[in-house]
Ligand binder design. Structure first.
Ligand code: NCD
Length: 323
């Protein structure tokens, strides 16, 4: 028995590489464990010793504020040793360098590697080369599982459930790992997902994932319980995806007028970083009654604590693998 975590708790996965492939039970287990950390994080004494003796390395090949900080806090609040490594994108050679770095780090016996990388599939590749657990903190436009989990925790706390809710994900879907992980999670948990964006920002064939697609905010937001806004990921754009920021905000930026198509108590969410006046109006973003944006950040720490805990529980003391 470790600090309130029953030794019968089992998470059936070695790594957390994405939401795709997780069962409703896996997701519920992660959310329930996260819930137990929300209260702990509001106390004066926030520390436990669940991860005492364990080493967590944050390996970030892309810029990050909240994700990296929140993994660091999560590891420290559970009593682990956390090392941060930020690698500037300009100095890396894809693939080969990642593997070289992985092998170097692996030799230092970390227990968890948290990886953010501009290439889709980087976390999976890393997981095949190291002995420890790997958490994907965002791989290109592919997945960002802990973001979807913290979004789900925020929604579940506000609405009491995920099943049956109508969730609109709006904006730059095509470049968004947050959108992809949320689609998988919300579908798995029985919510109904709508995507709203200009045609250029919707991935081809996305309907196959079981979502409805809209190109008009008022139509798409109609009767929605949750409105999730996304940043335009200009760093991943090669070419012109929309005529101008002004026009984009006019048609797709969330303001009170467009929001009035959703349910009167619809919750406003955004993973951050926000671009005010681009995808969201400042007043809407700061609406204390309706915006859950700050709560999402709070839930992020609790979710990452649960992920670190569940991935390190019940692991054999020594694991060997030939690299
Ligand atoms: C997101 C990301 O990095 O994918 N941010 C985050 O993790 N909070 C979304 C974004 O960068 O727009």
């Amino acid at each position: 028995m470790i600090d309130g975590a029953s030794d019968t708790i089992q998470f059936a996965h070695r790594h957390l590489l994405g939401i795709e492939g997780l069962s409703p039970d896996d997701i519920t287990l992660l959310l329930d464990r996260s819930e137990s950390y929300v209260e702990q994080n509001r106390r004066i004494d926030k520390k436990k010793s669940v991860l005492r003796g364990r080493t967590i390395i944050n390996l970030f090949f892309e810029a990050s504020t909240r994700t990296r900080t929140s993994f660091e806090l999560a590891g420290k609040r559970l009593g682990g040793d956390v090392i941060n490594m930020s690698v500037s994108t300009s100095s890396i050679k894809k693939g080969e360098t990642l593997i070289d770095t992985a092998m170097t780090l692996n030799a230092m016996h970390p227990d968890v590697l948290v990886l953010r990388h501009p290439d889709a599939g980087a976390a999976k590749l890393l997981s095949e080369k190291v002995n420890c657990a790997v958490i994907n903190a965002g791989d290109g436009s592919h997945e960002h599982p802990t973001q979807a989990l913290l979004d789900a925790l925020t929604i579940r706390r506000r609405r009491g459930r995920l099943e049956g809710l109508k969730v609109a994900i709006c904006g730059d879907i095509v470049h968004s790992r947050v959108a992809r992980s949320n689609i998988h999670l919300l579908n798995t948990m029985g919510a109904r997902v709508r995507l709203i964006a200009p045609r250029t920002l919707i991935p081809e064939g996305v309907e196959r994932l079981g979502v409805e697609v809209f190109h008009d905010m008022n139509e798409g937001l109609e009767d929605c319980d949750i409105v999730m806004m996304l940043r335009l990921q200009t760093e991943r754009m090669h070419g012109n995806f929309f005529p101008s920021i002004r026009e984009y905000f006019h048609f797709f930026g969330l303001d009170y007028e467009k929001l009035s198509s959703a349910k009167p108590d619809a919750l406003i969410m955004h993973p951050g970083p926000m671009n005010r006046g681009v995808e969201i109006d400042s007043e809407v973003a700061d609406d204390i009654g309706r915006s859950a944006i700050r709560e999402q950040v709070e839930m992020g720490v609790a979710v990452r604590m649960a992920c670190l805990e569940l991935l390190t529980l019940n692991r054999p003391e020594t694991e060997q693998r030939n690299l």
